[in-house]
Design a protein around this ligand. Structure first.
Ligand SMILES: [Ca+2]
Ligand SMILES: [Ca+2]
Ligand SMILES: [Ca+2]
Ligand SMILES: [Ca+2]
Length: 442
């Protein structure tokens, strides 16, 4: 990660671009409540759209400001930091997409022994070892698909907060969220949500309604969650049918960059526009109080990659996975043998579970497919299973979702002491738990 700033360096707290995030102690009712920012030497740029109804745990608003005169930085910053209305002040940090998108050799799944009822789509590729193989190191997707294959109509909206998504990919285009109130291409914000022509999602970096993938990472993650299943094409996602909402937070450079402010915009848009889940395959060592507050107070459930530095996150945090909110998971990666992937971060206190992440075959921009490795690929497997559960039982609370996924985890020797659960994701067992509960209640 490129960030050179960290909130643990309390003094001096300066930002190279003179932009700062201010977490306020209270909600602001009127613009006039923000005049003190001017008085302290700052220009108010943006108040993030984090309303009480969608971010019920958030005590006060979060605003983006710019320092007017960088020569006065230390005085202005200490004045603002001491203001009784300010809870927290931090630079608007920059982040790079973690370097975890290495092409890898294909791995073919072995034939699975049929012991249970299975439902195989016609496009389950034998390269999708994470969904089905003969070694008990898959997530038992065909067994789970006897109960849930995901859902489009009224199914859970799943935000992929990433580099964007190839929205014309033939294996993704039918599984995108469609903004019901927005008329495409008329240059107007028909639904009044602040974004013009946001038909399928949002570009939170460039702030427009076109979240096209400038890189490839987001398209790969989206296909794992929900490439269209049983359409005789390419691959199947964990969900054959779903509603993916692409939220682009990165720019289009070769090493994509984002900022705390773009991340906040992305979380805000996803939550405000109905996302039930967000999938976050990115991160780094820099802590942002504002980003933590937004995630923890959002009504959605958030899946987060543990990172690819082969490190112990209990010792060295990797954010956002290490924010450890009640409505999120931190996900490590396993290989085809069910061992922790050599690149994967781990932590028996701070990483919840593992999922397939080595040599994962999924969608790429331009209608293509390919193999990639990373906790970035593990995370959307968990997001996908959460999508299957919510498709079968839309009213599940975050706590129920959490316990169904953790309760379904299969212990693996190599993961003992490496994750909180010591095991890996299993779609079939989580769906079984859900249906046993449903039967008990009926
Ligand atoms: Ca299996
Ligand atoms: Ca709109
Ligand atoms: Ca429009
Ligand atoms: Ca397909």
């Amino acid at each position: 990660m490129a960030s050179t700033l960290n909130s643990s360096n309390r003094s001096p707290l300066t930002s190279p671009n003179n932009r700062y995030l201010v977490s306020l102690k209270n909600r602001i009712d009127r613009e006039a409540d923000l005049t003190f920012l001017q008085d302290d030497g700052f220009r108010h740029l943006e108040t993030f759209d984090l309303p009480e109804k969608n971010f019920p745990g958030l005590q006060g608003d979060i605003v983006l400001v710019e320092l007017k005169d960088s020569n006065l930085a230390s005085d202005a910053l200490s004045e603002l930091q001491q203001d009784p209305r300010v809870a927290f002040l931090e630079p608007d940090l920059e982040f790079e997409l973690a370097d975890d998108f290495q092409p890898s050799d294909p791995v073919e799944a072995e034939q699975s022994a049929d012991t249970k009822a299975r439902n195989r789509p016609n496009d389950l590729s034998n390269r999708q070892w994470g969904l089905d193989n003969g070694n008990s190191t898959d997530i038992d997707a065909p067994e789970a698909w006897t109960r849930s294959i995901g859902r489009r109509e009224n199914g859970p909206i799943i935000a992929v907060i990433d580099t964007g998504v190839d929205t014309s990919h033939p294996d993704l285009k039918d599984n995108l969220w469609v903004n019901p109130g927005e008329i495409p291409g008329n240059g107007r914000d028909d639904d009044g949500n602040g974004v013009i022509d946001d038909v399928h999602g949002f570009d939170a970096y460039f702030q427009d309604g076109d979240p096209e993938d400038g890189h490839g990472h987001g398209t790969h993650c989206a296909g794992i969650i929900g490439a269209t299943g049983n359409n005789r094409r390419g691959i199947t996602g964990v969900n054959w049918q779903t509603r993916i909402m692409p939220i682009k937070i990165f720019d289009n450079s070769e090493k994509p960059k984002t900022s705390s402010s773009a991340i906040l915009r992305g979380i805000a848009y996803a939550t405000n526009n109905g996302a039930r889940l967000t999938s976050n395959s990115w991160g780094g060592p820099s802590y942002s109080s504002a980003v933590q507050r937004a995630f923890s107070s959002s009504r959605a459930f958030h899946l987060m990659g543990a990172g690819n530095d082969s490190q112990d996150n209990d010792e060295k945090p990797f954010y956002p996975a290490s924010y450890r909110t009640n409505n999120s998971f931190s996900v490590a990666a396993v290989d085809r043998r069910g061992n922790l992937s050599d690149f994967s971060n781990y932590g028996d206190q701070t990483v919840d579970l593992a999922a397939p992440g080595s040599s994962i075959y999924s969608t790429l921009p331009g209608g293509g497919y390919g193999n990639r490795s990373g906790t970035s690929m593990a995370t959307p497997h968990v997001t996908g299973v959460a999508g299957l559960l919510l498709s079968a039982a839309p009213a599940l609370s975050n706590n129920q979702l959490r316990s169904l996924i953790l309760g379904g985890v299969v212990p693996k020797t190599d993961l003992q002491g490496k994750t909180v659960t010591g095991g890996m994701l299993n779609a079939d067992r989580s769906l079984d738990l859900l249906f046993r509960e449903i039967e008990r209640e009926s």
